[in-house]
Design a protein around this ligand. Structure first.
Ligand code: TYM
Length: 330
């Protein structure tokens, strides 16, 4: 039987090197005759960031173009929108009955925000975010979910929910997924603050966007925060900035950290940063060109989404109908 691989990305802000190296870069690699790959755009998940309508639409179509530019063959593998398959939301509601406030309160995304600014003002959608994510995964019986490290907790909760549901109804109705992370870049950190996970930043130099021009990428890496040790060495504790750059370089070049440490032994950080920037620029250049070409043709991007929806809709419908019947919804 074919292995089903599924993952999603939110259309909030611009795609950055963290999301790319932590997840998206891996996605095309799963395309083979042994796998069925489903990639979708989690537009409902994006709503808690309160995007404007035009922003949401633009970022959604941007993502379709990026996924195609990365080499996802949409003729074979569906690319679809979460909001176009209503069963995601409906299953989320059903699963809300199999997860507790305690479990959701421990999810770091919510917990961090609640700790910072109190729980009163947090949106319900942020709180129940992981339940919709569980629905995204369980609706299609995914075996494997390639994601960055920050999503581990959500996939683990998905397994717990599935196990609980199966336990209550006495058979394996929901498949327990496993997550996978890339070897080096499961958690890419900000270049200007290696204690923080890379995420979009307003105007800062810490986040590298996939569509940054070459000179901007070069500048951001040249300003990356390092340390005063002066040695290119992997040590996350004492040299988090340098270690982050080493991981980025290892992810992009496919070389091991040890080989890279040896290559830059005795060199200053300047040369090292330059090499990382160059490797990233070289990696992104063809993808950026392909993105620019594809992004112009919105009709085609919409066609890709329709094709994706047509491919997955009936399966989603059937799975939900099965679950509703088991639950006793007439
Ligand atoms: P999102 O849109 O925040 O991020 C998309 C993917 O990129 C990874 N990622 C990173 N990896 C390494 N370092 C970083 N700095 C970094 N930043 C982002 C994320 O781990 C993710 O894999 N909840 C998901 C979207 C989603 C989903 C799903 C994923 C919704 N339903 C079902 C898998 C299965 C999210 O917010 O991803």
């Amino acid at each position: 039987m074919k292995k089903r691989v599924l993952s999603g990305i939110k259309p909030t802000g611009d795609v950055h090197l963290g999301g790319y190296l932590g997840a998206m870069r891996e996605w095309p690699k799963y395309q083979s005759s042994e796998n069925e790959v489903f990639y979708f755009i989690a537009d409902l998940h994006a709503l808690n960031a309160r995007p404007t309508a035009s922003e949401l639409r633009t970022k959604t179509l941007d993502l379709v173009a990026w996924l195609l530019a990365l080499g996802i063959d949409s003729e074979r593998n569906p690319i679809y929108l979460q909001s176009q398959i209503p069963e995601h939301s409906e299953l989320c509601w059903l699963l809300n009955n199999f997860v507790t406030m305690g479990e959701l309160s421990r999810m770091t995304q919510y917990k961090d925000k609640a700790q910072k600014s109190g729980s009163e003002g947090q949106l319900v959608a942020l709180f129940t975010y992981p339940v919709l994510m569980a629905a995204d995964i369980l609706l299609y019986g995914a075996d494997e979910v390639p994601v960055g490290e920050d999503q581990t907790q959500h996939v683990e909760l998905t397994r717990d929910i599935a196990q609980r549901f199966n336990g209550i109804y006495g058979r394996e109705l929901l498949k327990l997924p496993k997550f996978t992370h890339p070897a080096h870049s499961a958690r890419v950190m900000m270049l200007d603050d290696p204690a923080r996970k890379m995420s979009k930043s307003e105007g800062g130099d810490g986040c590298v966007y996939l569509m940054d021009p070459q000179e901007v990428i070069d500048r951001k890496f040249s300003r990356a925060v390092t340390d005063s040790e002066g040695v290119v060495r992997f040590n996350k504790q004492d040299q988090p900035g340098v270690s982050n750059l080493l991981e980025i370089l290892a992810a992009v070049t496919g070389e091991t950290i040890e080989v890279l440490e040896q290559r830059f032994a005795g060199n200053g950080y300047g040369d090292f940063k330059k090499a990382v920037a160059e490797a990233v620029i070289e990696e992104l250049a063809p993808i950026q060109a392909e993105f620019a070409r594809l992004r112009k043709d919105e009709a085609y991007l919409l066609e890709v989404l329709t094709r994706g929806k047509d491919r997955v809709a009936s399966e989603a419908r059937e799975k939900l109908a099965e679950l509703k019947q088991v639950i006793g919804l007439v």
